[in-house]
Design a binder for this molecule. Structure first.
Ligand SMILES: [Zn+2]
Length: 382
């Protein structure tokens, strides 16, 4: 932890971590992504960490499957759309559209002033309607907007919507000759819904691994529309290493339940044109060479993640190169591009915009009115 604070990976705030006397009432986290919640286990155990129900559900799923669990000790469920009080501060979680489920922005109110922390957000996912709620409810009432700027400095064309990816996938699956391998995050529920809908429309089978099956089951609390392993169009491929993790974590009953929807290599090879297999980039890809032999070059590889991950990929990219497979892309960002960020800021009309979550804070004033760039640790009096 000392090295993490020294390098400012952990913000250097007194009285937050488990190496000093606690001096804060709570830590409130906007969503489950690792650059937000990933180091929260360093928070002092007597300080509660608040996050939404879906965030904790995913946090718990990760504890089952990651090699080194990092559970947050003192956790509280952050309700949505109702204030939680910490002394004279009130914090209200406001749902936003992002690639992590149950993500929120945070409205902080005290002494008649209002600060809005955007968290990570966008307006082109399946919950894009949430941004108009945000603007309608808060327009003109925000003193300070802490606005994320992940995409500032990237090529900022209008993003494709998550819904339009469904049509793109239908077109890809129409050309399917052998297994279709889709590489995507199991935490990106919008994407899983997109894939499920395309699979259902083409009367194929969506094959998920145990991690994805377990994730979706744990997130049923969020929606009845999330595809589940037990649905007729869904099968489970029970990779051994994931079975082992579930057993070790005491979830053998879940494992047993899923058995009636398990699918093996034999059936996958037999129904090769109908199998849409969700994959993650790891050494499992070598199994395909062993199982499919020369036919492996007929598989369809669909990269459904950020392009930056492709550039540094060590498994799928060499696999495609070796077998001369032209991968297809199926992705839209979890973050708002500049034009969306500007629409949000113009809608909210804050007195001050403070850049956060960006490598290009100094560029904000080119694109937004009333920008104030703050250094880490600098105090802003409202
Ligand atoms: Zn995020």
């Amino acid at each position: 932890m000392e090295s993490l604070t020294a390098s400012a990976v952990l913000p250097n705030v007194d009285g937050v971590y488990n190496n000093a006397l606690p001096q804060v009432s709570a830590v409130v986290v906007s969503h489950v992504h690792q650059d937000h919640l990933g180091l929260a286990h360093h928070v002092h155990p007597s300080i509660p960490v608040y996050a939404t129900e879906g965030t904790w559900a995913l946090h718990d799923v990760l504890q089952v499957f990651v090699p080194k669990p990092t559970a947050v000790v003192t956790r509280r469920v952050l309700p949505k759309r109702q204030p939680v009080h910490f002394g004279s501060l009130a914090v209200t979680a406001i749902p936003v559209d992002h690639s992590a489920p149950d993500a929120v922005a945070l409205l902080v109110e005290a002494g008649g002033k209002r600060l809005l922390y955007s968290g990570d957000l966008r307006t082109h996912g399946r919950k894009s309607y949430l941004h108009s709620d945000l603007i309608r409810n808060l327009a003109g009432s925000i003193n300070v907007l802490l606005l994320e700027g992940t995409t500032i400095g990237r090529i900022n064309s209008e993003p494709v919507t998550e819904e339009s990816l469904e049509g793109d996938l239908l077109a890809l699956l129409a050309q399917q000759k052998h297994l279709a391998l889709i590489f995507c995050s199991s935490q990106n529920l919008d994407r899983l819904v997109t894939i499920y809908r395309a699979v259902k429309r083409t009367r194929k089978l969506m094959v998920i691994d145990l991690y994805t099956a377990y994730t979706l089951e744990q997130l049923r609390c969020l929606s009845n529309h999330l595809p589940q392993w037990s649905w007729p169009e869904v099968r489970v491929v029970p990779w051994g290493y994931q079975q082992q993790r579930l057993v070790e974590a005491g979830h053998s009953a879940f494992l047993e339940n899923t058995k009636r929807h398990w699918i093996g290599w034999e059936v996958m090879k037999e129904r090769k044109r109908d199998i849409v297999l969700l994959m993650r980039s790891n050494r499992k890809i070598a199994d395909f060479e062993r199982e499919l032999g020369e036919e492996v070059s007929e598989t369809q590889v669909i990269w459904s993640m950020w392009e930056g991950y492709w550039e540094r990929d060590q498994c799928v990219r060499p696999f495609c190169e070796k077998h001369t497979i032209a991968r297809s892309k199926l992705h839209t960002s979890g973050h708002a591009p500049l034009a969306e960020l500007q629409r949000i800021a113009e809608g909210l009309k804050p007195e001050l915009v403070v850049p956060i979550h960006t490598e290009r804070a100094e560029e904000f004033s080119q694109y937004f009115a009333c920008v104030r760039v703050l250094a880490d640790g600098e105090v802003l009096r409202i």
